[in-house]
Design a binder for this molecule. Structure first.
Ligand code: PLP
Length: 375
């Protein structure tokens, strides 16, 4: 069994996919061009924002937004303690200081209360200037933007949505990628919308920020490519990846997002009684992961080993809180993050993707139940 079956997806899309890739190669326009532009327009329309700018990967996308906002030394950027390393790494990379806040155990996403406490602690100390909040759509579920944006607004902070795992999710009729003052997503192959290599994009409504990001991702270009007005990066999405994403976005819109939600509902009923993921009323998840919470580390690790012995892959996203990462050893922790610490010991993500069959869900669920009987 595959954890995320990209081969099954390719088989389902093969005729269109092969045609799109070969046409792009035959056309020999590999960087930029009409395919990339058309994809950006399609993505912006899908997400419901004015601007989409594609780039090299999701980490660059986050970094480009922080650069466009001028985040640098002395600035505090608030980051959930329970996320992939890149969410905090980019803050340090541009010279700012990540301040980690705790998450809600039910949704795995940033807690507005903990964020408020972290901001208060930084303000009380008076050393760093609070500038922005990063909220992460972990496992495909949009963060609690109504609450997080309210806190940010009270303190005059920008909000950056890390939608690397969240593409396709919704709160009401609003799509992931449209929250906050700007958003970043990733097209890493295993993400809800993935390409055949690395890729990413930023989303925003503000024209000035969009123009800045356009410049920053091509060496700080000015009026043309050889007029350089600022220090930027080289971060672009290849035309071949744009062609791949164009085919995949159609499948995503037509059925994959629905199918992955069907798989989630099947898991929910087959695993009822266990601590299954919570999707709040009015929210839609794109199910980058389907994640159980076990009782303790011993039970979680035992279950993972037992599943592995049965040929069922599972993953621990993430085994370490951000504040415990060696790379952040010098970074001060302003608020306690007990929920994150507990989740790192107890989460386990099961095989999940739109091509997961009813039989496969039943097989995984039965294995989980049987193994938990003696763990
Ligand atoms: C994958 C991921 C990223 C980084 O995306 P890349 O394309 O791998 O650079 C950032 N944040 C989160 C939450 C992610 O899951």
């Amino acid at each position: 069994m595959e954890f995320r079956d990209l081969k099954a997806q390719y088989r389902a899309l093969q005729p269109e996919m092969d045609r799109a890739i070969l046409e792009t190669v035959a056309g020999a326009g590999f960087i930029g061009g009409a395919r990339v532009k058309a994809l950006e327009e399609r993505l912006a329309a899908y997400v419901g924002v004015k601007h989409c700018i594609t780039c090299g990967n999701g980490t660059d996308a986050l970094q480009l937004m922080l650069m466009a906002w001028g985040i640098g030394p002395g600035d505090a950027v608030f980051v959930p303690d329970f996320t992939f390393f890149a969410s905090g790494e980019v803050v340090s990379f541009v010279g700012g200081t990540p301040v980690f806040y705790d998450v809600c155990p039910e949704t795995f996403n940033g807690s507005a209360e903990s964020l408020e406490q972290a901001i208060a602690a930084v303000e009380a100390e008076g050393k760093l200037k609070p500038k922005a909040v990063i909220a992460v759509d972990l496992y495909g579920l949009p963060a609690d933007y109504p609450a997080i944006e309210a806190v940010a607004k009270r303190h005059g902070l920008k909000v950056l949505e890390d939608a690397a795992q969240g593409f396709g999710g919704k709160i009401g009729s609003k799509r992931a990628g449209s929250f906050g003052d700007g958003a970043a997503t990733s097209f890493f192959p295993a993400k809800p919308l993935g390409c055949y290599g690395d890729g990413g994009a930023v989303f925003m409504n503000d024209d000035e920020t969009a123009a800045l990001v356009r410049s920053l991702c091509v060496h700080g270009k000015g009026s043309d490519k050889y007029d350089n007005v600022r220090i930027g990066m080289n971060s672009r999405l290849d035309a071949v990846q744009a062609a791949v994403l164009d085919v995949k976005l159609t499948a995503f819109e037509q059925r994959e997002l629905e199918d992955v939600n069907t798989a989630a509902r099947r898991y929910d009923s087959a695993l009822s009684g266990l601590v299954t993921p919570v999707v709040p009323e009015g929210y839609l998840s794109s199910w980058a992961q389907y994640t159980l919470r076990l009782e303790n580390r011993q039970q979680r690790d035992g279950l993972q080993a037992a599943l592995k012995a049965r040929g069922i892959p599972s993953m621990v996203y993430y085994p370490k809180p951000m504040h415990c990462q060696t790379a952040f050893a010098h970074v001060k922790q302003y608020v306690p993050c007990p929920n994150t610490e507990r989740l790192c010991d107890t989460v386990l993500s099961l095989p999940m993707h739109p091509y997961l069959t009813e039989e496969a869900v039943a097989q995984v669920a039965q294995a989980v139940r049987e193994e938990l009987n003696h763990l």
